[in-house]
Design a binder for this molecule. Structure first.
Ligand code: FBP
Ligand code: MG
Ligand code: MG
Length: 330
């Protein structure tokens, strides 16, 4: 790969607000630092649990907390960043008196953290929105208001994927210099796919439309779909979405009878919304099964929602199944 378009060169070639560029570069630095923490976790005694429970009632890993601290420490330098909303922190962290146009950063510092101890891929996810008016401390905006979204995948290589609403671009962290270099310009989700991702151990909890969809995929050539499907589940949303962005597929973490009271599993503001923006800008679709994820009016910073996203034709099929199951004649 001879293209040496660095993240900085890429971000400064258009007319992005310099303060947004500043923030994106800080996020990239935080991700580079988290990649190092993850890689050196075993040497520094940072694998395993932290004996702490986060706002979601989940056991925090030591690296969940360290990754959160890196985001906070590095991004707090950004002059127009007004607030941070993190998976690991219950309250919104205000950094300054909010002024119209200031940025709001929503992030999942370490996603898929159950994979840490078994040395499989994890990542970070983020979204950026803006303060609507001077003094406005509302951070609960719908996903259509995201000005930027992205993720970093800490896999065999560290890759940062982001969109400012135009194209989706991927930057690989160069092992020698630490630069993020453009390696995946204009990423597109292939529209047709024969691969799905869902935690099938939850089959007994699923609603009829999800069962129907998965059962039809599993039935292969003999079933309604008349072709064979493949299944993958890494339990790391970032890894899952990166695979779908690269070779197509559909990802489901639906509401089911076991998680419906909580709203689903994945969090709207820093998991579902940013991934929905990336997938949609790459030509895919993102839905709860009943409507676009990015149209949801949030009710809280840690709200959970059902998530179906990926190749457009499969998401549309799933929405159709949900609509049919919901109609009076069913
Ligand atoms: O363990 P399950 O039920 O398969 O859930 C896996 C899902 O949970 C998550 O790990 C949740 O993310 P966190 O690790 O940030 O809590 C997703 O990345 C993944 O898709
Ligand atoms: Mg997560
Ligand atoms: Mg997390």
């Amino acid at each position: 790969m001879t293209d040496t378009t660095t993240l900085r060169r890429y971000l400064t070639k258009g007319d992005l607000d310099p303060n947004l560029i500043f923030l994106l570069e800080d996020i990239a630095s935080a991700c580079r630092s988290i990649a190092n923490l993850v890689r050196n976790g075993a040497f520094e005694g940072n694998l395993g649990s932290a004996n702490a429970i986060n706002v979601q009632g989940e056991t925090q890993k030591t690296l969940d907390i360290l990754a959160n601290d890196e985001f906070e420490r590095i991004c707090s330098n950004s002059p127009r960043l007004a607030a941070l909303v993190s998976e690991e922190v219950e309250e919104v962290t205000w950094l300054k008196e909010p002024e119209e146009g200031d940025y709001l950063l929503y992030f999942d510092p370490l996603d898929g953290s159950s994979n840490l101890d078994v040395n499989l891929s994890v990542g970070s996810i983020f979204a950026i929105m803006q303060v609507q008016a001077d003094g406005d401390r509302n951070v609960l905006h719908d996903g259509q208001r995201q000005v930027c979204a992205g993720y970093a995948l800490y896999g065999p290589s560290t890759i940062l994927v982001l969109t400012d609403g135009s194209e989706v671009a991927g930057f690989t962290c160069h092992q020698g210099t630490g630069d993020f270099r453009l390696t995946h310009p204009d990423m597109k989700v292939p529209s047709e796919t024969s691969e799905f991702a869902i935690n099938t151990s939850r089959h007994r909890y699923w609603d009829a439309p999800v069962r129907r969809y998965v059962d039809e995929c599993v039935a292969g050539e003999e079933g309604a779909r008349q072709r064979a499907f493949n299944m993958r589940w890494t339990a790391s949303m970032v890894a899952e979405i990166h695979r779908i962005l690269t070779r197509g597929g559909v990802f489901l973490y639906p509401a089911d009878s076991n998680n419906r009271d909580a709203g689903g599993k994945l969090r709207l503001m820093y998991e579902a919304n940013p991934m929905a923006m990336i997938i949609e800008r790459a030509g895919g679709a993102a839905s709860t099964g009943f409507g676009p994820i990015m149209d949801i009016q949030p009710s809280g910073p840690h709200q959970r929602v059902p998530v179906i996203l990926g190749s457009r034709s499969e998401v549309e099929r799933l929405v159709e199944y949900h609509t049919e199951a919901d109609s009076p004649e069913h």
